[in-house]
Design a protein. Structure first.
Length: 364
């Protein structure tokens, strides 16, 4: 038995992903001056304006407009936007629970790891992340390629969930529409190289299926922080939690507990050689430090949480264990938080992640 399954990624210049990067760049700016900053920053952009809102409680003084325009320039866009700063302070009703070590919100968070690739992520996800990174380099080197874009794989899988071949590989990329045959060829060659690494054939490619993609970014569409949570997580190969990541400091368990759940999934995969995939769910309630539940499911059955795992998963312990007050969050917002470019528990799983010297490691 075989079946078709689809996953997607958006490039750094996609309007939603651009908003994620702005929110996280602002978070970094606050936390570099005051590592105890409490931030929940939201960005919305479109049609010549970028609106920044949310809550910040911090001793830091940040030039919001400068940070926003720095991200625009880095991603390849004009900085000629009106920046509207509408940031307020975090509610004291929330702070009184977080100040004593409680979770910053309720919710459920997921982590996932599998043996498809050395990075512990599904193969189709790996291919798309590599493409997004490659496209970003291509855009910097060749002026015919513009920042916005996305890609999608419809793969054929066997009954064990192994990718057999790619039926359709879709790449929608913003470009000058000059020498389209040549630019399509360049992207196709890069896609094939990534697929051939794992002996995956591609039946057919679709480049800009509408025929043209010249107008993009905030001129072609609006963008909003947190609107690409499947891309940020595991491309729908695993469930996603109730909240997005970007713009949130590590007291927000939407983010920190998702990173912890990924670490737990990698640990279980490492310690159980016969297991092929691991799904972890953590859940919390606002103001309380102890998780409501810890659930670890594998393709070989359930793993019971070990004795000290509940304590290990308390928000303050996660922050200290994973050094979450001292990383550059803006990198995690570029291509997805887990995988080729994303967050790794380097200080614990160096032996299990030998490939990580070849990629950017966030919490070095």
């Amino acid at each position: 038995m075989s079946y078709f399954y689809t996953n997607e990624i958006v490039f750094r210049g996609h309007p939603d992903k651009l908003c994620d990067q702005i929110s996280d760049a602002l978070l970094d700016a606050y936390m570099k001056q005051d590592c105890n900053s409490r931030c929940g920053i939201e960005t919305m952009g479109g049609k010549g304006k970028i609106f920044i809102t949310g809550e910040v409680t911090s001793e830091a003084e940040v030039d919001v407009e400068y940070v926003v325009k720095s991200v625009l320039k880095e991603v390849g866009y004009s900085t000629d936007y009106k920046i509207i700063n509408n940031i307020g302070q975090q509610s004291p009703d929330i702070a009184q629970g977080v100040d004593i070590g409680g979770a910053g919100d309720q919710g459920m968070m997921f982590g996932y790891a599998c043996r498809d690739t050395e990075n512990g992520i599904p193969l189709a996800m790996y291919i798309l992340q590599c493409l997004a990174m490659s496209y970003d380099t291509l855009r910097k080197d060749d002026s015919r390629f513009l920042p916005d874009g996305k890609a999608q794989i419809t793969g054929c899988y066997n009954d064990k969930g192994k990718l057999i071949y790619i039926k359709d590989f879709v790449v929608s990329y913003q470009n000058t529409e000059i020498d389209r045959e040549d630019t399509d060829r360049i992207i196709k060659e890069r896609c094939l190289k990534m697929c051939h690494e794992y002996d995956i054939a591609v039946e057919q490619f679709h480049f800009n299926p509408t025929g043209k993609f010249l107008i993009g970014g905030f001129e072609g569409d609006s963008g909003l922080t947190g609107r690409k949570i499947c891309v940020d997580n595991y491309h729908s190969f695993a469930p996603v939690g109730g909240g997005a990541f970007s713009g949130k400091d590590p007291t927000k368990v939407d983010r920190s507990a998702s990173y912890k759940a990924r670490q737990i999934a990698l640990k279980c995969l490492n310690e159980h050689p016969k297991v092929n995939n691991v799904l972890v769910q953590l859940s919390y309630t606002i103001g309380l430090s102890k998780p409501m539940s810890i659930y670890i499911k594998t393709d070989k059955g359930i793993i019971e949480p070990w004795n000290d795992l509940y304590q290990e998963c308390e928000p303050n312990n996660i922050i200290e264990d994973l050094n979450l007050r001292n990383i550059d969050y803006r990198y995690t917002a570029q291509f997805g938080h887990f995988g080729v470019h994303g967050w790794y528990p380097k200080q614990i799983y160096k032996k299990y992640l030998p490939w990580e010297e070849e990629v950017i490691v966030i919490n070095d």
